[in-house]
Design a protein around this ligand. Structure first.
Ligand code: BES
Ligand code: MN
Ligand code: ZN
Length: 487
């Protein structure tokens, strides 16, 4: 979606012209037919509500739209403005119209509000049509441009910041939406690398030999049944103080999770193409952070593997030695995400001396049972970090809910033969998964684990996403960095 700003309407202004209106605050300058038409259609300006009319102006037919942004003084005003923009995209994406004008010249929206509307419009307009070769004309996307008219001073600059965020969300959605024959560890790295050209992000890639030399037996154990070699990808953005310790984000990047020898059921297994949603979110967030040149030292690390059953795959009962030196009894090869994360987390601690570590992972089905598709779960050894993440979730719309950790849960992972086993009993499955990861956090480094299994994919359209890949996590990380890491 191309977004441009102009001072005023002229003959090249798109004929589709929208205004953002507050609830119960219809503009006083509406034509009689618009005012009465809106009333007759019960349009009151509720968030996302749309009213459309046609009129003749200067010899041509224009399509006029009112879109509701809810109450002007609502607490969730930025989100409501995004929804207003999103409603416009949803309505006109395949309408036949190529361009949409948003008239901001009545001065009711400040610069940030304009940016919020645009962010919602852009995010809701994202689609992944690459593999649809037989779309009918009326199913094809037409809308490709938004022209903002008469926006207040600073709106364009405010939009540049949100545009960086949108780019990150879109990268994540693309990575998540692509099937596993297209996105596997090596191609994930290539796709991401191409997108970071010219951003100033320093990229490090470890191959299997390098990981073997480092002793990453847990990560490599997951990968050993796959024909696709594993990769560890680090994206480094040092935009903050020279000596400042970095904040490190670690993503689970299982590009396909069959379960391995502990094979999953066939029904719904195709969903496991998005088992790299944590890594996808980390990559997307790094792009946003770099694109807006955040004054912060942030590193994103993606642990990339494919979990397959094979003659060479690891077996239940195998014992692997992690990079930390701890041994793990692999009871269930389908509990692979934690095996990838533990080595990635050990590596980032040795390599970067992080101020804090936040991991994101589609780690457990149990998390979906707990929270459904409304919140991700967050676990942390540090109350301040947890609170900052919860606040960033609230502010960004990528909501989190905190879960407990304790020695009693930790004990459930003791193994009779190794230091730890990779699964506990059936109950509290999301918590024991988090406890597993915590065993690899050294010296009380502030750490949080976000289990986003229920959030990266949506079966129906939401506020600013269509059904499919949501891009969850990018806005969370970006907001967290803006509010608590940036100088
Ligand atoms: N990737 C899955 C978790 C998952 C399941 C995410 C369904 C989204 C939807 C993870 O690797 C997994 O298989 N977890 C197991 C753990 C169990 C074996 C302890 C699970 O949740 O069943
Ligand atoms: Mn699994
Ligand atoms: Zn998995």
């Amino acid at each position: 979606m191309q977004i441009t700003f102009r001072d005023a309407a002229d003959s090249s202004t798109p004929r589709l012209l929208a205004r953002i209106v507050d609830q119960d605050g219809l503009p006083a300058d509406l034509s009689r037919s618009d005012a009465e038409g809106a009333a007759a259609a019960r349009f009151t300006g509720k968030t996302g509500q749309v009213f459309e009319s046609f009129a003749e102006a200067d010899g041509r037919i224009v399509r006029r739209v009112l879109v509701g942004a809810g109450k002007a003084d609502a607490d969730d005003r930025p989100a409501a403005l995004e929804k207003a923009g999103a409603a416009l995209s949803a309505r006109y994406l395949t309408s036949g119209e190529k361009a949409l004008a948003i008239d901001a010249s009545d001065g009711k929206l400040d610069a940030r509000s304009v940016a919020s509307v645009l962010l919602g419009a852009r995010l809701r307009a994202w689609r992944h049509d690459a593999y649809r070769t037989k779309l009918k004309d009326e199913q094809k996307r037409t809308l490709g441009e938004i022209v903002v008219l008469g926006a207040p001073h600073g709106a364009e600059a405010a939009w540049r910041v949100e545009e960086a965020l949108a780019e990150g969300v879109e990268l994540t959605r693309e990575l998540v939406a692509e099937p596993a024959n297209v996105i596997y560890p090596e191609s994930f790295v290539e796709r991401v690398k191409a997108r970071f050209e010219g951003t100033g992000v320093e990229i490090t890639i470890l191959d299997e030999d390098e990981m073997r030399a480092l002793g990453m037996g847990a990560l490599l154990g997951v990968s050993q049944g796959s024909a696709r070699p594993a990769r560890l990808l680090a994206l480094k953005w040092l935009g903050g103080a020279k000596a400042g310790k970095p904040t490190v984000f670690v993503g689970k990047g299982v590009t396909f999770d069959t379960g391995g020898i502990s094979l999953k059921q066939p029904a719904g297994m195709e969903d496991m193409k998005w088992d790299m949603g944590g890594a996808g979110a980390v990559a997307g967030a790094m792009l946003s952070i770099a694109r807006r040149k955040a004054k912060a030292n942030v590193i994103g690390v993606c642990g990339l593997v494919e979990n397959m059953p094979d003659g060479n795959a690891q077996r239940p009962g195998d014992i692997v030695t992690t990079m930390s030196g701890q041994t793990v009894e692999v009871i269930n090869t389908d509990a692979e995400g934690r095996l990838v994360l533990c080595d990635a987390i050990t590596w980032v601690q040795k390599e970067f001396d992080p101020a804090a570590i936040v991991d994101l992972a589609t780690l457990t089905g149990a998390m979906i049972i707990s929270l459904g598709h409304e919140h991700g779960g967050v676990f942390s050894n540090n109350d301040r970090l947890a609170e900052n993440l919860l606040a960033a979730g609230k502010a960004s719309g990528d909501k989190l809910w905190r879960f407990p950790l304790s020695p009693e849960y930790d004990k459930l992972l003791d193994s009779p033969i190794a230091d730890i086993k990779n699964v506990g009993p059936r109950y509290a499955g999301s918590i024991t998964a988090a406890q597993f990861i915590q065993r690899f956090v050294e010296n009380g480094t502030p750490w949080a684990h976000c289990d986003i299994a229920g959030m990266v994919w949506a079966d129906k359209a939401g506020a600013t996403w269509d059904k499919g890949a949501t891009g969850f996590g990018v806005r969370l990380i970006d907001r967290f960095v803006r509010d608590t890491v940036e100088e």
